[in-house]
Design a protein around this ligand. Sequence first.
Ligand code: DON
Length: 558
Amino acid sequence: MLKRYGMLLLLFATRQITVHAQSNDHYANGMVVCAYPDAAQVGLAILKKGGNAVDAAVAVQFALAVTYPEAGNIGGGGFMVYRSAKGKTNTLDFREKAPFAASANMFLDASGNVIPGMSTGSHQASGVPGSVDGMVEANRKYGRLKWAELVQPAIDLARNGFKITKRLADGLTRGANIFAKANPGKSYFLKEMPWVEGDLLIQEDLAKTLEQIRDKGRKGFYEGTVADQIVEEMKSGSGLISKADLQAYHSVWRKAITGKYKDYKIITMPPPSSGGIALISLLKSVEKYPLHRWGYNQDSTVQLMVEAERRVYADRSKYLGDPDFFKVPVDSLLRDSYILSRMDSFTWDAATPSASIQPGTIVGYESDQTTHYSITDKDGNAVSVTTTLNGSFGSKIFVKGAGFLLNNQMDDFSSKPGVPNMYGLVGGKANSIQPNKRMLSSMTPTIIEKNGRLFMVVGTPGGSTIITSVFQTILNVIEFDQDMQQAVASKRFHHQWLPDNVTVEKGAFSEATQSKLTQKGYKLNNINGIGRVDAILKTSGGYQGGADPRADDTKAGW
Ligand code: DON
């Protein structure tokens, strides 16, 4: 009874957020949910002029590169999960690659220690960008509108400027010193007075780069002026990306990873993302338990989910990497019997110490600031894209004259076995640095079907917390009867095996839940925010959006 009461209070609290922050309208003809209001409007305009979900995705990707420079990008990479109205699925891997000149120990000093900051804040921190090739490929395979029409809105936003939100103003002001230091002699994003809400941000260099991309497609970025500018920028800071790296970069269509959870089919990203395999493993680990009866963020619910997360992240550290370089045991990891056996050591009495959990044994196995957008169209096609520069504003280094930021995605490799990266994630051989290899990702763009019909489009940024935020959002809808906006707004928690603590959004747990978990040995670590989920639910009334109230995320439909 008490449990129920606690849940009602929490639901009431999230409903308040829902009512004030975002309306809960349903739309028949399509929806865009993404990180920045102007980019959402660009996507909506494309849908209204007859573009499909992929067209809108391409336009939103470029619009976010202008309006959401923390993570929207042309200098980074990402993943797209696609489901057509008829139920055909596909995924596009436009993840960055290590340059040909990269090597396993490139971030270590002479004594073999990781050099602090080198994999995150230097010219060597950048992988070969994949976003432009990814968008070209997506448009070539599924696009309905012409390429130039999809890039033009971003050019207009860059050239004419757009009014910045308070959050972006604060981000630009806070970053001023770092931008100045990372870009000596250049003045991107710098101005004399602090940025304030409503200021116009004009990016003429970026507009010119986008014009090259509009007019020449792939060649407008990987060859010609922009390629020259990237290579020049690399030379100015001992960076590794060469003309040959740019020419050789190609995104890859990969078969989606699929799995079942009750009546639902999960369609998600395969390696080099760890997200899809981890998400399906998590759902399978908790499927047989009465989560619905226990309720949202109640102690039993949290304990079970945390123990599943601990085990799945331990496996991630050993078995997941770029499938073009490392034999990822996908089938073994996704076998029901294997996933369930991993939960054998779970007991209700106490937290399992992470020190006692190791990656599982796979029979026959040979050792050998991101942003998400969800889009649906009037025909029922759906697109789920997560794209990133990695850290907020990536390496903070602009390509001189080209006006865009480079990623610091090399940090997603394991620089040294067992040494945590910026998200505290550890890895080993599977995710070691090798020339031309893709770094392992946690990005988990996902589409869900129920009884063969589109049900949900979901994803989020958040580094290592991406997988657990997607996991919770799905359970919030399926098990805890929350609508899409509530499910996205609800407070989250996270465990990733190492470090051995539960990261909890302030206010996520009642005092009773906290004390029960603490008594069992769970170390709770309160923080302000986890993830920014942008999602769409298909209901009998139409598309219902969930835009994360933690930031400027916006939903637009028609
Ligand atoms: O691919 C990954 O897993 C990371 N580069 C994602 C980074 C991220 O989500 C940062 N955003 N908060």
